[in-house]
Design a protein. Structure first.
Ligand SMILES: Cc1ncc(COP(=O)(O)O)c(C=O)c1O
Length: 471
């Protein structure tokens, strides 16, 4: 149990015996047994949590959740309005690739219109738990010593918010890729958290650079706490589209294990793989995740519906081991109470109507569509920007990461040359771990704009780059 004064006397602990993996064999053992992963299980999670997080009386909400999840509980305690106030009688959904109309009424309609509890609608949470088991080869979520959970969040951004609150205090440090999702920097500044970008290549963070930073931390970062976590985007990294392979992941995992870092695996593109390994139905499945090799229980995984289903619904889901889950989901409860029940039920009805095979077919169709869109944009680079830019060919995700040749600072390029034409590209500085850094990079999104519009944009960009070249 954790209370404000128990930090030193009552550590949150697991021990090596927690690794008594006795049920089905799972992937997290695979690399360990082959000797590729050197295990260093976390024995004390306490130093990872922020002071504010440790001061939560979370125990109460955990007890309450367990109590409320029993059948036939009557609560005179909740601050609920009268159900007679609820305005909706019925909701009808017309879902793509599903012939029947879906009607929401009864228990689910009541759920939409009242409060619920943190993890989310139990049927949706169960569905996602099964999805995670299957995708990451995890053991049953109740396996003794290896318990894990899923909690719904306000998108991946909401998950990051809760993770930051749960883990970081002023002067704490986090390691990131040297170009990374800009949302992370937004958290670091107000939390007073120091971030350090690690050099990358097309396979992601370079392990020897990661090790160098950690080994020399004290010497070069006086006054700053040793990093608690590595934040990493493993598939079609945002923005660089770097793609981690399994060998690179193992090397990084082992370094995190050696230096006892948590790994925050933020993976919005897992269902947007456009290359590599396929399942028997021809759907790209990508490499195993950090979660799936997590013998030490140091990975906090973030997924989101935003990039492969709908972004406006603002739903994501966080998967992690019990102790981490309990502390982080307390942050979800304390900040937003729970995600929108309307969003939860709509997503649940869509997934339920498709079933898991229907969901995988949907993912496969989306991948095929995205391959066409990516290839179309690639043809535009070839047609209009040959010799004016350098770019990679993304194996997943939504983005091309592009170096503008002859441009020192893409900010100036975008504001001076593209804004007047009502055109926007995402400037590299937004992703750079070195703030206010001049960079010639920009990010092009290939998923969203129709082909005819894309072509018009390329004409504008070509003209602008030629003007700079002729200067
Ligand atoms: C790596 C990464 N994390 C988080 C997010 C935020 O996603 P969400 O819409 O689920 O909040 C994004 C969106 O671009 C992203 O690329």
């Amino acid at each position: 149990m954790i209370s404000p004064n128990t930090k030193s006397t009552s550590p949150i602990q697991t021990n090596i015996n927690d690794l008594n993996i006795n049920e089905e064999k799972n992937k997290e053992l695979k690399y360990y047994e082959k000797g590729e992963i050197i295990s260093n299980p976390i024995t004390n999670y306490q130093p990872f949590f922020s002071v504010r997080n440790i001061s939560f009386g979370f125990q109460e909400s955990v007890r309450l959740k367990a109590f409320l999840s029993q059948k036939d509980v009557i609560s005179l305690g909740a601050g609920e309005p009268s159900p007679e106030f609820f305005p909706l009688n019925e909701i009808k959904l017309n879902v793509k690739n599903f012939e029947k109309e879906i009607v929401i009424n009864g228990e689910e309609l009541h759920y939409i219109q009242s409060y619920s509890i943190v993890p989310g609608y139990y049927k949706l949470v169960k569905w996602l738990t099964n999805l995670q088991r299957e995708t990451h080869g995890l053991q049953n979520e109740n396996t003794p010593g290896r318990e894990w959970n899923v909690v719904l969040t306000h998108g991946a951004q909401g998950a990051l918010d809760c993770i930051f609150k749960a883990l970081f205090d002023r002067n704490d440090s986090i390691l990131t890729e040297n170009f990374t999702y800009g949302g992370v920097f937004g958290f670091c500044a107000p939390h007073g958290v120091n971030f350090e970008g690690i050099d990358m290549d097309e396979r992601g963070i370079i392990p020897k650079n990661l090790e160098k930073v950690l080994k020399n931390w004290k010497e070069f970062h006086k006054g700053l706490n040793f990093p608690k976590a590595l934040y990493i985007i493993p598939n079609a990294q945002n923005p660089t589209a770097a793609q981690y392979d399994i060998q690179r992941k193992i090397e990084i995992y082992n370094i995190c294990s050696k230096y006892n870092l948590l790994i925050i695996e933020d993976d919005p593109h897992i269902f947007l793989q456009l290359d590599g390994k396929k399942d028997i139905n021809g759907r790209f499945i990508g490499e195993e995740s950090f979660l799936s090799m997590d013998i030490d229980k140091r990975v906090i995984r973030i997924d989101t519906f935003s990039k492969f289903l709908t972004s406006g619904v603002r739903l994501g889901f966080l998967t992690t081991w019990n102790l981490l889950y309990r502390q982080i989901s307390a942050e979800v409860g304390n900040s937003i109470y729970h995600t929108s029940n309307l969003a939860q039920i709509v997503i649940w009805k869509i997934l339920e109507s498709w079933g898991i095979q229907g969901f995988y077919s949907y993912v496969k169709r989306n991948q095929q569509l995205m391959i066409k869109k990516r290839d179309f944009m690639k043809s535009m680079f070839e047609k209009y920007l040959n010799g004016l830019v350098e770019y990679n060919n993304p194996k997943g995700g939504l983005y091309f990461w592009v170096k503008l040749l002859g441009v020192e600072c893409s900010n100036t390029f975008v504001t001076e040359y593209l804004y007047p034409n009502k055109l926007l590209l995402c400037m590299g500085v937004n992703f750079s771990s070195i703030r206010n850094h001049k960079t010639p990079y920009v990010r092009f999104t290939f998923s969203f704009v129709p082909d005819e519009e894309v072509e018009k944009c390329f004409v504008i960009i070509k003209d602008a780059l030629l003007k700079i070249k002729d200067k």
